[in-house]
Design a protein around this ligand. Structure first.
Ligand SMILES: O=C(O)CCC(=O)C(=O)O
Length: 343
């Protein structure tokens, strides 16, 4: 059943926020199951209704239902200062290292105006593969519990990145959906972002369009047939951008968005940078397609639960991206190159 059809059935069945009381009764009548008594080796696949039957680790049942219905969550102050201090220590060491570089490489994606005196990083690629602190955070940190509550009980890691959006003009990320960059057999993947610093409106917070994860999957190729990684103007007209929610908050706040969510962010016009550490996870029964869409060395590694014996295929088709197995820079580079070519 396509995700959208499932969602409408799920909502009709009484799990929606509007039907809160009825939903509560349904949930109360269905006691939480444990990994041991759930037959996920059988013919079932991990759809929202199955995931919700498991006892949550950190989220409330209302927050999980909100995520499935709206496609996103914002959790303010979710990560404590001890973690933030450790992550900042390693992040500062990467910023220092970047001073030695004059052009982007496989780890550092640099803004065109980057220099040794004035480092301007756009992105660190696959941070979890670059340093043990990032690795611990991605594979065993508190966000893995969040992933488990929304895709579990089996969770697979897909990739990580640290988007800086540097001060005074850090680039925008145009409206797009993620799943076309790295198609999977189903639409369970989600991305969890951590703001390493306080983020306000001026700093280019992540913007999401609630419910758009239940809508169409857009073509991210441009009119010349080249990949632009952004939704075309004439297509975005079909999305209700009046509904955009800007996800901002104090440092330690966490954003979560589904892989079909229409999202983006504006230029950072403030004098402060906006480091957002992002990790993508999927249900254990989702397999990445097309050369897996990332060269993260630990892509598709199972980090919670048991390996799936059956793969879950959603019947709704997904766009196939170009073959990036020989190299991928960043969404910033791809979207900005397209802009330059159009000028
Ligand atoms: O950094 C951001 O604001 C958004 C990043 C994003 O959407 C992406 O990298 O796919």
């Amino acid at each position: 059943m396509p995700y959208a059809c499932f969602l409408s059935k799920f909502i009709r069945a009484g799990f929606s926020q509007e039907a809160g009381q009825r939903g509560g009764a349904v949930l109360a009548a269905s006691p939480a199951v444990t990994d041991n008594d759930f037959d996920y080796f059988g013919d079932s696949c991990m759809k929202p209704e199955d995931i919700l039957k498991f006892e949550p680790k950190v989220l409330s049942q209302e927050q999980r239902e909100f995520y499935f219905e709206n496609g996103y969550l914002l959790l303010e102050n979710f990560i404590d200062n001890a973690w933030l201090d450790r992550l900042w220590q390693v992040t500062n060491s990467f910023i220092e290292k970047s001073r030695e570089l004059s052009k982007s490489d496989q780890v550092f994606d640099l803004d065109p105006s980057h220099s040794a005196d004035n480092p301007r990083l756009r992105r660190i690629t696959y941070p979890a593969a670059q340093d043990p602190v990032y690795e611990e955070f991605a594979f065993r940190g508190p966000i893995v519990d969040l992933a488990e509550d929304l895709v579990g009980p089996s969770v697979k890691y897909h990739h990580s990145k640290l988007n800086f959006k540097w001060a005074d003009g850090g680039e925008e990320v145009k409206w797009h959906q993620d799943i076309q960059f790295w198609p999977h057999t189903n639409y369970s993947p989600l991305t969890i972002g951590l703001y390493l610093d306080d983020v306000d409106d001026e700093m280019g917070p992540m913007g999401v369009v609630p419910g758009s994860h239940r809508g169409e999957i857009f073509d991210l190729y441009g009119d010349k047939g080249d990949w632009v990684g952004a939704i075309k103007d004439r297509d975005i007209a079909r999305v209700d951008l009046d509904k955009v929610v800007w996800l901002k908050g104090p440092k330690g706040s966490v954003t979560i968005h589904n892989c079909r969510m229409v999202h983006g962010s504006m230029i950072n016009s403030s004098p402060r940078s906006r480091p957002l550490l992002l990790h993508t996870y999927s249900s254990g029964d989702a397999l990445p397609l097309r050369g897996v869409g990332t060269t993260d060395p630990r892509c598709s590694e199972l980090i919670r639960g048991e390996p799936a014996r059956w793969v879950h295929f959603d019947e709704e088709p997904c766009l196939i991206p170009p073959d990036w197995s020989k190299g991928y820079t960043s969404i910033f580079a791809l979207q900005q190159e397209e802009e330059a070519a159009a000028r």
